[in-house]
Design a protein around this ligand. Sequence first.
Ligand code: HEC
Ligand code: HEC
Length: 333
Amino acid sequence: MIKRIIFGALILLVLILAALFIYVQTSWNKVYDLAGPSLEVSNDSAVIAKGKYLVHGPAHCSSCHVASYEDMILSDQGEDIPLKGGVKFPLGPLGSIYPPNLTPDPESGIGRYTDEQLFRMMRHAIKPDGTGSLALMMPFWDMADEDQVAIISYLRSLPPIRNEVPDPEWTFMGKAVRTFAPTFKPVLDPNPPSKAPPMAPTVERGKYLAHSVANCVGCHTERDQMTYEAIGPEFAGGMEFEPFPQLYKILGVDEDVWMRAPNITPDANGVLVNYPTVESWITRFRQGRIINFSPMDWGPFSRMSDEDLEAIWLYLQSLDPVEHDVGPLIFKK
Ligand code: HEC
Ligand code: HEC
């Protein structure tokens, strides 16, 4: 009797696993049939200049869409490195992804795509080929229409560079996470304004930048290591960043060093207390990175305008303090 029950349970388990396997294999790279917003790119030099500011500043596209770790370091330092993509982003047990070529090359870059495909990527985290991406990595869904137009107009104005970028590589675990984790699903109901709050030191502008452009909220919120889902209050810090071995090698950093994002709410345990005045805050950002292997996009943020930096400071100061002592920012497991 007992034997039979165990045997039956085993069969059931095998069937469940097989069904799960088939489900993941057929769903992980689902193609979404959703139209992108109908926005129009522009040749206007003021629009293109604004796009350049966003791409190399607050929206920090230039941190990721480069060809190598060496270029990533130079780009952070402010060199005008071509956005031809290709550097490898390891996602631990999930696999690896590669930021694609954003120059207008017609064979390997965004010259292959319609404006609608590009705006759909920005607004819904659906790649030009229709598959989903990791929305949190490019959390621009609520970026204003006018800023998205500026960014795509700037990218369209760049010289085309031919560079074939590898397709993403997902392990079975990566495919399973993509199948089930909401963070890997497209953003179907964004709520963007048509105009961005004007560049001025206001809480409203700061909130817009911190949430929808500069992604301060993405990194400064504690997240699950596997799915990146938020598991702590916004801006209260605690997200852990795994080592980036190939980059660390170039920088001469121990390969088992982890980082943690600090609490940037106005709590006594947070880092905001170190910046009691706008001047001290702007001075810190102009300095750029101090910890050479920090994942924070210090270079692009150091190139933000005084108004934008002040706006973010005002917004963070306006938050309720969250008591959350995240512990040491640099640690080993
Ligand atoms: C944190 C790194 C990061 C930042 C910042 C970033 N991207 Fe990306 N981007 C990626 C990665 C990685 C992919 C590939 C995603 C995938 O394969 O699922 C991607 C994909 C894309 C694609 C799809 C291209 C294709 O050929 O499939 C576009 C378009 C794009 N990014 C534009 C931008 C723009 C514009 C910005 C700035 C406003 C930006 N990205 C900022 C990492 C980044
Ligand atoms: C890609 C992840 C990431 C993003 C995006 C990010 N941060 Fe950070 N931030 C970190 C990490 C990790 C640290 C700790 C290491 C360091 O200081 O560089 C940090 C440190 C800080 C510090 C303390 C620095 C010091 O020297 O006192 C402040 C302040 C800060 N971040 C504010 C911001 C603001 C404001 C934004 C948005 C404009 C932002 N961060 C975006 C990951 C990030």
